[in-house]
Design a binder for this molecule. Structure first.
Ligand code: NDP
Length: 404
């Protein structure tokens, strides 16, 4: 039914390619292209062996708009799924506009030289996509992505008014390495070393990185120390659900991870400005990425689960209500299914679902959209079918303080 071009052959790109191949009634022809073609070829061979589907591969530097346009024109897809890095969002959006194809990604644009992410750059494309009759779907992974669908689902089915939102993200997995990040190390470390931020009473409250934390109980896992971070979906959620008085994002970190990170920061290894070394300019964080384990190499011996969900308090039929919606995902199980660990899986499966809903017309509308702006029901239905079962609990006691 539709041709799709996937850009990026890392942990997430691999899961997207596998899951598209496993839904070959929708994705009838698939190309995986990335900076290093050998990685695409390795994934293609795995897909042929595991699912009996042949996909095409190619090499591209997605920062180069003319090269992207040439690739799109030669393969002629309906949609480009961008699962390279956030730096590539704008060049790939430009290429999609020029070639006349739809676009989606899983992380919002970041300039390479400033550790800052916000939607303004991509929202600025709204009119151009609308005029071209094309759709761009932003941030369709798990968080961002499924967490916004969860919030939209809560608003549609469980609340007349939502007051408090806490997104809770736990990875209780063990990959056996002393220190590794579960998705691209450069992007991950930039995200967690910047100041934290949350929304309260109509404004952003900035806090020193990792300064607010407490134990939170995760279903099937138990209590884990969780830290308030700034996370990109908060920006669109407070805009699209303006009744929210407070919106926060919590993520778990183990003590060993934090100790490693502190040392790396103290010795300057997380810097993103170039330093001279042997007459060359090198960026310490990029060098660190080169020596850390790649996220797609963590899967084989990974055990344990992730648990990500939304905890909401608000009002329904004049009564106060709490609501918790979440998914648990098992690292070993996802490895068996698609040779990827659960963090790549929980990102790649929602990306495939978003693409599927666009291509089948269910979510298709011109413009630039965040996931909570589209009907959550078909997305939740697909999560339940595609390996990310959704759980719900109404009026449980949630682990947060709510001002009187
Ligand atoms: P990886 O680092 O494993 O993979 C990134 C891939 O992009 C690599 O194959 C890399 O090529 C390729 N790439 C980088 N630059 C270019 C370029 N200029 N042109 C073409 N290809 C390029 O990252 P992940 O797979 O872990 O993450 C992918 C994306 O998913 C990131 O944007 C990340 O932020 C996002 N993400 C979103 C989450 C969510 O829930 N929404 C959660 C986790 C991740 P090479 O192999 O040559 O380096």
């Amino acid at each position: 039914m539709a041709k799709v071009l996937i850009i990026g052959a890392g942990g997430v790109g691999s899961v997207v390619a596998h899951k598209c191949a496993m839904n070959s009634d929708v994705f009838t022809s698939i190309m995986l292209a990335s900076r290093t073609k050998a990685k695409c070829d390795r994934i293609a061979a795995e897909i042929r062996e595991m699912h009996g589907v042949t996909i095409q591969t190619d090499q591209v530097d997605a920062d180069q708009v003319p090269d992207m346009v040439a690739l799109i024109n030669s393969f002629n897809p309906v949609l480009v799924i961008n699962v390279a890095l956030p730096y590539q969002d704008l060049p790939i959006m430009d290429a999609c506009l020029e070639a006349g194809v739809h676009y989606m990604d899983t992380a919002n644009y970041e300039p390479k030289d400033v550790a800052k992410f916000e939607y303004s750059w991509q929202w600025a494309y709204k009119e151009r996509f609308e005029k071209a009759g094309l759709m761009a779907l932003l941030g369709c992974g798990f968080d961002p992505g499924a967490t916004q669908v969860f919030t939209a689902y809560a608003a549609k089915h469980h609340f007349d008014r939502m007051d408090y939102l806490d997104i809770v993200d736990c990875n209780a997995g063990d990959h056996g390495k002393a220190f590794a990040t579960n998705f691209n190390p450069e992007i991950n470390i930039r995200e967690i070393t910047q100041p934290g931020r949350y929304w309260e009473n109509g404004e952003w409250i900035e806090i020193p990185a990792m300064s607010i934390h407490k134990p939170i109980e995760y279903p099937g896992i138990g209590e884990r120390e969780s830290y308030v971070l700034y996370h990109e979906e908060l920006e669109s959620l407070v805009k699209n659900f303006p009744t929210l008085k407070r919106a926060r994002f919590w993520m778990t970190f183990g003590q060993a991870y934090l100790t490693h990170l502190e040392v790396l920061q103290n010795v300057g290894m997380t810097r993103i400005d170039p330093v001279k070394f042997n007459g060359m300019d090198i960026v310490p964080l990029e060098f660190l990425k080169a020596v850390l384990p790649a996220p797609d190499s963590l899967g084989e011996n990974y055990t344990g689960q992730t648990s990500i969900g939304c905890q909401i308090k608000g009002v329904k039929d004049d009564e106060e209500r709490t609501y918790f919606i979440w998914n648990n995902c098992d690292h070993a199980k996802t490895y068996r299914e698609v040779r990827g660990q659960a963090v790549s899986y929980t990102t790649g499966v929602p990306a495939m679902i978003g693409a599927m809903l666009m291509l089948t017309g269910v979510w298709m509308k011109p413009g630039v959209w965040n996931c909570e702006e589209l009907d959550p029901d078909p997305f939740i239905e697909q999560m339940n079918k595609q390996g990310l079962p959704v759980n719900e609990q109404v009026n449980a006691t949630l682990p947060h303080e709510y001002p009187a």
